[in-house]
Design a protein around this ligand. Structure first.
Ligand code: FEO
Ligand code: CA
Ligand code: CA
Ligand code: CA
Length: 636
């Protein structure tokens, strides 16, 4: 969200040196090196041979790539079909209360709390019965209040705030496939909405901290709701991890925000205008409520009565999402990043090993405290292709009371400030990560950063090698031995952009189909890296983006660097969130905000101005199910 440069977060003014300053290479050397890396097969990727098309002699990319498109339609390769399965406003299937979607947006806040939220983002599939029956768990990142209400935001009322809050959060739906067609199972005992008002528990070292205590929750253990849920991960113990990304847009900071609030990008007024009717989002009245968002939230979708948990041990940030690897000793390593200009990449290593299910407890229940104990690290990318994970541990290095950190809880609430002190590398907006468990490799989409190299801003470095970087890049690193290592080696997988572009630093180095602004990533069991894009509506199909088409999804073979376009979305949508069934025969993809105007808020008098996808009326974010017409494995 928020591609408008005036809205985009740019709060890191700390003095961390860029790598150029550390090692004094020329910028040109870095650019050249990155281009060389992107053109090379860096490390062999074996993939998994359990699915068709992964063995020797089978190229990983086995579909016919599609052309860029500007159509208000979803396009997939020949031999594939896409079905709209779950759009904003569909009842999720809780008990017998299933209010139908009203095309004029006149559903109430109470209706919306029983329906799929707006702006679908990360999604995961949890099998109930193999690859034809399971749960889909998805995030609803934010709302377009010009589209959500009849009359938009005029007048702006408490009922509209409550509807907006109900359209945020997470949905759990049950789905079943009959032949080639998927259907939502309704009613379903699993169906669930988690909104911006659903009680969540705080756990880990910062739970109960003075910085998390409020008048409504003097113990600092219970928060109402989760919001701006962006990307997601799935744990080996069967739970869902959701990132609370741009939480600053919900809070009003008033005329004189303090230094901590400024470091977290709070603004005088809240973009979402909730504080006008819900004072807990007025940070001048309730400053600690601001500290209770920005956490990774864990949900057990198999237990509809479970309380979502905010895991403070993983640190606070404008988290895109969280992705889990497993060490050889069965400890969990959770990778996260902050999607904001010049923010950082993190990983958390659990203290304990993943526990097996035991009598009376499911696997998820047996690991309920796993993410509450461990060590959080922040990344520093070396100029020579090496890298280092720096521990964010109270009492170590500068993380002491003398520098403003009373205890580990404060280190975690102020993860950004702690990382500033350690000299972490300022990145070009880390979006999704994806993990190759077998090769101990991690991929990260750095979506763009047009402020890079601008006057008064950090200059380029090895991992972020382009000034006015409007196109983005995908980097990867390999941990030294195992995922809990504190050292790694890294390089650039692909520099996004049009290879025929006029401006050198917007020019892509892409082998195959060009794209811009990588955001969503998924590493599939065959060793294919799937890339989804998020170019803002004010840039799509214009200027340096004029030949790249609508936002899209592509497949990349990391062993060769080849990229092939698989899907093109409708007008002004973002393509985000991808989940495969275990057999690889269905790919669920989320289409977010079709028809979003450049202002990122629809004109309530003409909400269909840019798109009528998917059903010819009011544009609606939706989950689509994509299958090969012959039922075969996606991508082969
Ligand atoms: Fe919500 Fe960074 O995308
Ligand atoms: Ca978006
Ligand atoms: Ca994203
Ligand atoms: Ca994005």
């Amino acid at each position: 969200m928020f591609k408008d440069p005036d809205l985009m977060e740019d709060s890191n003014h700390c003095a961390n040196p860029t790598l150029c300053e550390l090692s004094e290479p020329t910028r040109r050397q870095w650019l050249t090196q990155a281009l060389q890396w992107s053109a090379l097969a860096w490390l062999p990727v074996s993939g998994c041979a359990s699915l068709p098309g992964a063995g020797p002699g089978h190229p990983r990319l086995g579909f016919v790539g599609i052309a860029p498109s500007r159509a208000d339609a979803l396009a997939v390769p020949p031999g594939y079909s896409a079905q709209v399965l779950a759009a904003w406003g569909e009842p999720v299937g809780m008990a017998l209360a299933m209010p139908a979607f009203r095309e004029d947006a006149s559903n109430s806040a109470a209706d919306q709390a029983l329906q799929l939220g707006m702006h679908h983002d990360g999604i995961q599939y949890f099998a109930l019965d193999g690859s034809h029956h399971g749960l889909l768990v998805m995030n609803h990142e934010y709302t377009d209040d010009g589209l959500l209400h009849p009359g938009g935001m005029s007048p702006w009322t408490l009922e509209k705030v409550r509807k907006s809050q109900a359209a945020h959060g997470i949905s759990v739906i049950e789905v079943r496939r009959h032949g080639q067609q998927w259907q939502m199972v309704r009613p379903s005992a699993y169906a669930r909405r988690i909104t911006a008002n659903t009680p969540c528990t705080l756990r880990g070292p910062a739970a109960g901290h003075a910085l998390l205590q409020t008048a409504a929750d003097p113990q600092g253990h219970s928060v109402l709701g989760t919001l701006n849920n962006c990307a997601c991960g799935k744990t080996p113990w069967g739970t869902y991890l959701s990132g609370e990304e741009n939480f600053r847009f919900y809070f009003a900071g008033g005329a004189r925000p303090n230094a901590d609030q400024q470091r977290w990008g709070i603004t005088p007024e809240a973009w979402f205008r909730w504080p006008e009717h819900d004072p807990r989002f007025d940070a001048t009245l309730h400053p600690n409520e601001f500290h209770r968002f920005g956490w990774i939230v864990e949900v057990d979708p198999m237990d509809p009565g479970s309380v979502p948990v905010k895991r403070t041990a993983l640190g606070r940030g404008a988290h895109e999402g969280a992705w889990v690897a497993t060490t050889r000793t069965q400890r969990a390593v959770v990778y996260t990043g902050e999607d904001a200009r010049f923010e950082y990449l993190y990983k958390f290593v659990s203290r304990d090993a993943i526990a097996p299910a035991r009598s009376g407890l499911t696997l998820a229940q047996a690991n309920h405290a796993l993410l509450d104990h461990g060590t959080l690290y922040v990344a520093r990318f070396g100029a020579d292709g090496s890298g280092e994970w720096l521990a964010l541990v109270h009492g170590q290095g500068p993380l002491t009371a003398r520098h403003g950190f009373a205890d580990q809880g404060e280190v975690l609430v102020k993860t950004r400030q702690a990382s500033d002190l350690l000299g972490a590398t300022k990145m070009d907006r880390p979006e999704w990560l994806a993990i190759d468990q077998d090769q101990h490799q991690v991929f990260c989409a750095l979506t763009n950063n047009s402020a890079r190299g601008q006057p008064g801003q950090p200059d380029v470095d090895a991992a972020n090698p382009r000034r006015n970087n409007v196109m983005g890049q995908v980097i990867r690193w390999q941990e030294d031995g195992d995922f809990d290592s504190t050292r790694f080696e890294w390089n650039t997988l692909v520099l996004a952009g049009d290879p025929g572009g006029a401006r050198a630093e917007a020019r892509g180095k892409v082998r195959g189909d060009a794209f811009a602004c990588p955001d969503g990533l998924m590493f599939d069991p065959r060793g294919v890296l799937w890339i989804q894009t998020d170019v803002g509506a004010s840039d799509l199909n214009q200027g340096e983006f004029s030949r790249l088409g609508n936002n899209q999804m592509l497949a990349c073979d990391p062993a060769t660097g080849e990229v092939r376009r698989f899907l093109s979305g409708p007008v002004n949508c973002e393509v985000t969130g991808a989940a495969l069934t275990p057999d690889g025969s269905t790919l669920f993809v989320n289409i977010q905000h079709p028809g979003e105007p450049p202002s990122e808020r629809s004109d309530a008098s003409d909400p269909q101005r840019f798109s009528r996808w998917p059903h010819g009326g009011r544009p609606r974010s939706a989950t689509v199910a994509i299958r090969r017409d012959d039922g075969g494995t996606i991508g082969t």
